[in-house]
Design a protein around this ligand. Structure first.
Ligand code: ZN
Length: 188
C-alpha cells in the first residue's frame, strides 16, 4: 500500500476568542489547541495579589490523549504582572512564564495511576470548567513568594544601618586578640 502524506494536516487551532467554558475531556479526545489572550482583569483572585490588574495573558493550551489514552493538557501562559517589591515597596514588573502539564481526571482514584510527569487536573462533574479560573490557578501557583528587584533597589545607606552596628562589634571582638599580640610583640 502507498503511504499518504499527512504532513499538511495541522491540528485545529482556535485562534480567535477563547471560550469562557470548556469541556477538557472533549477537547483532549479531539486533540484541540486553544490559543488566545485573556485580560488579567478577569482574574480577581490573582489581581488581589498584584499591584495592578492591567495586562493580557498569552494562552496556549494543547489538549490530547497520550499513548495510554489518558487525556492531558499542556499549557503555556505568559503575562507581565506588576508586584510590590518587598524591599523598597516600589512596583516592579515580573514576566511570568508558566508551563503546565496536567492530566485530566474525573475522580481521585485516577490520580493514583498517573504517570509521573503530570500534575492532576481533577474535574468537578457538577460544575462547568471556566477557562479563566484554570489559567488563574496556574498563574497563582507561579507567583514569586517574596517579590524583590533583582538589583539592590535601595541605596546602601538605607538598609545597611542595622548591619553596620553588628559589623563594628564583631570587628572589635576580632581585633582585640591581635591588639594583645601586637603589644606582646612590641615588648623588648
Ligand atoms: Zn525594590
Amino acid at each position: 500500500m502507498q503511504s499518504i502524506d499527512i504532513s499538511y494536516i495541522i491540528p485545529a487551532v482556535m485562534h480567535q476568542k477563547l471560550p469562557k467554558e470548556i469541556d477538557p475531556l472533549r477537547l483532549a479526545q479531539n486533540g484541540l489547541v486553544l490559543e488566545g489572550r485573556l485580560p488579567l482583569s478577569e482574574m480577581k483572585r490573582l489581581t488581589e495579589a498584584l499591584h495592578g490588574n492591567e495586562g493580557m495573558v498569552d494562552v496556549k493550551m494543547s489538549f490530547a490523549l497520550d499513548e495510554v489514552g489518558a487525556p492531558f493538557m499542556r499549557g503555556e501562559f505568559n503575562v507581565t504582572i506588576s508586584l510590590m517589591c518587598e524591599r523598597c515597596f516600589e512596583p516592579m514588573s515580573v514576566d511570568l512564564v508558566v508551563s503546565s502539564l496536567l492530566a485530566i481526571v474525573r475522580n481521585e482514584k485516577q490520580i493514583e495511576g498517573l504517570a509521573e510527569q503530570y500534575e492532576p487536573w481533577l474535574l468537578d462533574s457538577d460544575n462547568p470548567v471556566w477557562l479563566a479560573k484554570v489559567i488563574e490557578d496556574e498563574l497563582i501557583l507561579a507567583l514569586p513568594i517574596i517579590p524583590r528587584h533583582d538589583s539592590d533597589c535601595l541605596p546602601e545607606d538605607a538598609w545597611s544601618v542595622g548591619d553596620e552596628g553588628q559589623d563594628d562589634s564583631e570587628t572589635e571582638k576580632q581585633a582585640s586578640p591581635f591588639a594583645v599580640l601586637s603589644t606582646l610583640r612590641s615588648k623588648p
